[in-house]
Design a protein around this ligand. Structure first.
Ligand SMILES: C[S@@+](CC[C@H](N)C(=O)[O-])C[C@H]1O[C@@H](n2cnc3c(N)ncnc32)[C@H](O)[C@@H]1O
Length: 274
């Protein structure tokens, strides 16, 4: 019971067993009716309720301050955050195996908007030399703990605004063979720089191209912004890198134990070079 299982979803909520902690959290996509009975949903001890003023709060709160799960072969430390997140986005795991398979010791990889490090761990396990970048120091500290929990000690940790870091790497002539990016719709850099995906994505991708080595290995570009569909991600890649590459894109999903349904949770494109 020390893993993540999506038990059911419906009526804009999801019922999850997260390492033995059964909880209900908001799920705006789940406009369908649940498959499980009300008694099953009533087993949840913890609920995160979103406020219509924005934000939200945990109710009942029997959750420990910290616990861990093993999810798709990676130990991940979890904590209930004020936003209702736990430190792992379950849908991200569908890309971890691909990242691990694509990684090799000669590959220098840069993971941007890297959050608690699931993708960094996967690439490191695959043997790549990983640089992990996020603007939030607390999040990078959390990612470091995840690395320690997985006996990984060779990741380079960077707390910085993504554009500032890329500009510095361009000036220094530092290059990367692989890029991973999960840009949010809206975010803040380490000194309060505003990130707004519609305005910032093109100049950001141009910077990414400028730090890419002349033997590019792969790019993983994921996104949770509603209009940034698989085709949009592909078009952005073609615009910046040209069309002499291969993309495999689609929707990230979380499979559900109780039925054939899956929760759609953002988009990805996996880019490989000839
Ligand atoms: C992983 S992304 C998106 C998270 C998730 N997929 C979602 O939809 O909520 C968010 C991460 O990007 C980081 N971030 C936001 N703006 C940033 C910036 N300008 N430079 C570097 N990291 C940034 C945040 O600290 C956070 O860890």
């Amino acid at each position: 019971n020390n893993t993540y299982t999506l038990l059911d979803s419906g009526y804009f909520k999801k019922l999850e067993n997260v390492g033995g902690q059964v909880m209900v959290r908001p799920c705006p996509q789940a406009c369908w009716a649940p498959s499980l009975a009300k008694q099953d949903w009533n087993k949840a001890k913890d609920t995160y309720i979103r406020s219509n003023k924005g934000g939200g709060k945990w109710k009942f709160n029997s959750l420990p301050e910290q616990w861990d799960i093993v999810y798709h072969g990676q130990k991940m430390i979890l904590r209930p955050t004020n936003f209702g997140h736990l430190g792992v986005f379950a849908e991200a795991a569908s890309n971890w195996q691909w990242l691990k398979d694509m990684s090799k010791p000669e590959i220098k990889a840069l993971n941007m908007f890297a959050y608690t490090g699931g993708s960094s761990l996967a690439m490191s396990k695959g043997g790549a030399q990983v640089t992990h970048l996020d603007a939030a120091k607390g999040i990078v500290d959390w990612a470091r703990l995840n690395a320690e929990a997985n006996d990984i000690s060779n990741i380079r940790w960077i707390v910085d605004d993504v554009n500032r870091f890329l500009d510095r790497e361009i000036r220094r002539g530092n290059k990367y063979d692989a890029l991973v990016m999960d840009p949010p719709s809206y975010g803040r850099g380490s000194k309060g720089e505003i990130w707004k995906i519609e305005d910032d994505i093109m100049p950001f991708l141009e910077r990414c191209k400028a730090v890419m080595s002349d033997k590019p290995a792969f790019i993983l570009f994921t996104c949770h912004t509603p209009h940034f569909t698989p085709k949009v991600l592909d078009n952005l890649i073609y615009t910046v890198w040209g069309e002499d590459l291969t993309t495999e894109s689609g929707e990230m999903t979380i499979p559900q134990e109780s039925s054939k349904r899956t929760i759609p949770s953002g988009f990805y494109t996996r880019v490989t070079f000839p």
